[in-house]
Design a protein around this ligand. Sequence first.
Ligand SMILES: NC(=O)c1ccc[n+]([C@@H]2O[C@H](COP(=O)([O-])OP(=O)(O)OC[C@H]3O[C@@H](n4cnc5c(N)ncnc54)[C@H](OP(=O)(O)O)[C@@H]3O)[C@@H](O)[C@H]2O)c1
Length: 301
Amino acid sequence: MSSAPIRLGLLGFGEAAARLAKDFSQAGFTDIVAYSRSGAKAQPGDPLHQRAEAAGVKLVKTVGTLAKKSDLILALTPGKSALPALKKIRKYLRPDHLYVDASSNSAHNMEKAAEIVGSAAKFVDSSIMGPVDILGLKVPFVASGPHAAEFRDRMTPHGMVITVVGNNPGDASAMKLIRSVLMKGLAMLLLETMEAAQRRNILDAVIEDSSATFNDIPFQKIIKRYVGGTAVHCERRIHEMKECLELLHDMKSTDRATKSTIAMLREMVKMGMPQKFTSEPDSIHPVIDALIAARDGTKPA
Ligand SMILES: NC(=O)c1ccc[n+]([C@@H]2O[C@H](COP(=O)([O-])OP(=O)(O)OC[C@H]3O[C@@H](n4cnc5c(N)ncnc54)[C@H](OP(=O)(O)O)[C@@H]3O)[C@@H](O)[C@H]2O)c1
């Protein structure tokens, strides 16, 4: 691995790139270059030039120049622009380039991006897991693919926070989306719960009670208890959840999350989970393996 100073190229120069560039400059990076279509056309006096100057960045007019003047290219375009931008720069890439695509994207598009890059450069799929304008260089990145460790090893000494999450391009982007399944799903479940509570005029009591249930339990324990416990008790929980549904209907309260819960519990019963798990397992892995095997019609790993 080279110990020479890293020449950084930013493909896209919007909110994320400008803030990261400012922090990179403060961390001692010089010669940072950036390309965006509007930046390439910006006339003297254009606010983009002031933005670039404030961030210690030189705007370049072509992707060819960007590639020539950088060793690590950090692509920070909107998700839909990631592949078009990559196709444009592809022919200028060198095998020693690290090409890190940190756009918010589907796993499928990042697999495609890795294919497009091929052996022309070292491709890394990456996702930004927080707000760049607030956290700057301290914003957590996840990265995947065969060159993700090189990205981490070269950039963490300069203040970036990078976790390698998988061996394949697409894993990092999938991780961000899978996290949204939890976070956004949890938000909806909270909304459904709190609406029902408010309709009974017990909202504050429910907030207090549910907080007391979850406060002080490490989330890893919550995952283990809730996943394992559901495998064991799915059958009897259907009955309880039907009563919940009845209550929601009586109050004309939202019921979508509860209906999904009942549907998933029924599915788990059909999969034979209570027979497979008579007591809570030590880890959630066998439950998840059994669930996937039943859904896919294969044998658990
Ligand atoms: N900002 C954050 O806090 C944050 C957090 C997590 C993830 N992200 C992700 O990071 C990426 C960048 O975010 P952002 O907030 O910086 O977006 P942004 O402010 O909209 O900036 C996007 C930049 O990409 C450029 N661009 C668009 N198409 C291009 C192309 N084909 N070739 C070259 N440059 C192109 C745009 O300029 P032109 O249109 O002039 O080319 C612009 O400079 C997004 O995928 C976003 O989801 C951002």
